[in-house]
Design a protein around this ligand. Structure first.
Ligand SMILES: [Zn+2]
Length: 425
């Protein structure tokens, strides 16, 4: 995934949390991981997830976006306490790491965001996280998710001061207005200013659903992206999930401002939202990366499924040559890194970059025999082919065994906690 697209045979030397040398034979090391016969990839990047929702997996199916939010997701998010949020995040993190995702951009819920940071710190993942901001929640949103504008901004700034660049910069903050319909104009303008002042990303959703876009037009008199642009919410630090229902002028606006698009194909299909015009975005030079979104609209957090779908869903509309495997793998690595403003730190295996690496076994029945390594990874590999995961120079999964998280405890606790939460809504 370096700019030349080199595919090398050889060793990688890690010093501390960085890659020191690539491609030779290095015999001097404190610890040697034997990767014979395996494929080393840069850690995969998911630029749009919601760890707070993992506990709602399989309880919010077959609904369209606004009903899904009102009837299921908002009441469940409102019911979260610190304990349930902790298990929700831990479950998501375990699944992500086990599937080779080493870096995420996460939107938390309105309350208790420090818990998600604590869990990301403990799991060892690289994460940019933000509290969801909802100061103009529609009446249908539960009371526990409604907040005053000033309180929402103050809490976000306090979280940013505590967590931005924590854990040797492995954790970072992102101001995260949920979407235009849940935020006042005053809040959105202030977010643009604060993100620039604190040098953080801005993470939001835009133009996911046709009804949402109509409501935004009723509220603002403008298209969704045009409205965000007027308030200063476009630019290279702005990451917008979905961007399905854009007109060409809005697409050009994203290109001209270097605003990043976060593509979530499974969620877009499952909520019946539509198919984002990703090939058209890439032709314009818009940065597009990939995420699984939340577990209740997917229902996995598996980037291998997302890569495969990101390619396949475009082929009926644009022909079989659309979205080739190499392009998709770049979206899940270097483009994800670029969206997060980390292109000089992660996304490829190059000396000087952070040691975020995964080992894949591409000699299984379902991915053999190999010819094009890109086809193998994008079209036939599965998350369970990931053997070992290193993040920031630390082994967090070794031969499929999680090193920082207890898989059995998580599945047992999450079943119990999900029951408790469902009984309370
Ligand atoms: Zn989302």
């Amino acid at each position: 995934m370096n700019p030349r697209g080199d595919i090398l045979h050889g060793d990688v030397l890690i010093e501390g949390n960085r890659i020191a040398k690539v491609g030779g034979v290095f015999t001097e090391a404190d610890e040697v991981i034997d990767a014979s016969g395996l494929t080393l990839l840069p850690g995969l990047v998911q630029s749009h997830v919601h760890l707070c929702q993992t506990l709602f997996r399989n309880v919010a199916d077959d609904l369209e976006l606004l009903d899904w939010l009102r009837q299921r997701i908002w009441p469940l998010e409102a019911a979260h306490d610190e304990e349930s949020l902790r298990w929700s995040a831990r479950l998501g993190l375990a699944e992500l790491i086990q599937g080779g995702t080493t870096c995420i951009l996460d939107m938390a819920t309105v309350r208790h965001t420090h818990i998600v940071f604590e869990e990301a710190a403990r799991a060892g993942i690289r994460a940019t996280i933000g509290k969801a901001m909802m100061d103009a929640s529609p009446d249908s949103a539960p009371r526990a998710l409604r907040e005053e504008t000033r309180a929402s901004l103050d809490e976000s700034v306090a979280l940013c001061r505590t967590w931005h660049r924590a854990e040797e910069e492995r954790l970072r903050y992102a101001f995260s207005p949920r979407f235009v319909l849940s935020c006042t104009e005053e809040l959105l303008k202030e977010v643009a200013r604060l993100a620039s002042e604190h040098d953080t990303l801005i993470h939001s959703h835009a133009s996911e659903n046709r009804r949402e876009v109509e409501l935004v037009r009723q509220k603002t008199g403008q298209g969704n992206v045009q409205y965000l642009h007027r308030l200063g919410l476009t630019g290279s630090r702005v990451c917008l999930a979905h961007c399905i229902w854009l007109d060409d002028a809005e697409m050009n606006l994203l290109k001209d401002t270097d605003t990043k698009v976060l593509h979530c194909p499974s969620a877009n299909l499952k909520l019946g939202s539509g198919i984002a015009r990703v090939p058209e975005m890439l032709e314009r030079g818009i940065g597009v990366s990939i995420g699984a979104d939340g577990a209740p609209c997917n229902n996995n957090l598996d980037i291998f499924l997302e890569m495969r779908l990101a390619s396949l869903i475009q082929k009926p509309r644009r022909g079989p040559t659309a979205m080739p495997a190499e392009v998709v793998l770049r979206m899940a690595t270097v483009e994800g890194a670029r969206a997060l403003g980390l292109a000089d730190q992660i996304g490829s295996i190059e000396p000087g970059k952070k040691a975020d690496l995964i080992l894949l076994d591409l000699h299984r029945l379902h991915n053999s025999p190999g010819n094009s390594i890109y086809s193998q990874i994008v079209y036939s590999a599965k998350a369970t082919d990931v053997q070992t995961v290193v993040i920031d120079g630390r082994v967090v999964m070794r031969d499929r065994a999680l090193q920082t998280l207890d898989e059995e405890e998580i599945t047992a606790k999450c079943a119990e906690t999900q029951r408790r939460l469902l009984n309370s809504v």
